[in-house]
Write a new protein. Structure first.
Length: 209
């Protein structure tokens, strides 16, 4: 198992530092609606294909979402941030020789930009924050957006009840096993505490981080 239970920022960083080399290997298998999940982000971006704009990818990891944004919008300038330097190093490898991509090791709460970005995106990352931290980050993102700016967050949230959460996880297990995930990968992924609700208390042990 390459993912272990995490709770605090330092543990999150350590966990993703350790799994950076293999993080992207099972993404398409562990996210059953992979194409729709990431593709919806691209579909809602309102800019024309050839338009130039500045984008920020929060919790970019190895650069999967940034790669999709960059492919769709070849004139976009994209900044990738992540808490884990090894994860961003993998992203740097992905974008070798492409000067419109830049990288910054930072936690979400360190965002200080003002009216700088026309687009802020994030995928499967903000759920790691506690409720109060999420609210603070949303304010910071708002301040970082230009007057025409848009924030798109694609993520998972806690179910409204423990029973529903258990059902959701069972559905996920069935889906990913049908897609070829091994029991080792499934067990390792589902041991990762990844989501906290926007309001209320609780955590969900689920694999999509």
């Amino acid at each position: 198992m390459y993912l272990q239970q995490i709770s605090e920022t330092t543990d999150i960083k350590a966990t993703f530092d350790r799994c950076a080399e293999i993080y992207g290997r099972d993404r398409a298998t562990l996210v059953p609606c992979f194409e729709e999940f990431y593709g919806t982000v691209i579909r809602v971006i309102p800019f024309e294909r050839e338009e130039s704009f500045n984008a920020l990818d929060l919790g970019a990891g190895t650069g999967l979402l940034s790669a999709l944004v960059g492919k769709t919008f070849p004139n976009a300038t994209i900044t990738l941030t992540d808490l884990s330097e090894p994860m961003l190093n993998k992203a740097k490898e992905r974008f070798t020789g492409q000067n419109r991509f830049s990288f910054k090791v930072m936690k979400h709460q360190s965002l200080e930009a003002r009216s700088e970005y026309d687009l802020v995106v994030s995928a499967l990352s903000i759920h790691h924050l506690e409720d109060e931290q999420k609210q603070l980050l949303f304010n910071q993102i708002y301040a970082a957006l230009s007057p025409r700016g848009l924030f798109v967050n694609t993520d998972q949230v806690l179910a409204p009840s423990a029973e529903a959460e258990a059902r959701y996880e069972q559905f996920w297990r069935e889906d990913v096993m049908r897609q070829g995930a091994t029991e080792q990968v499934v067990s390792g992924s589902s041991s990762l505490v990844v989501a906290r609700p926007i309001s209320g208390k609780g955590k969900v042990t689920h694999p999509l981080a």
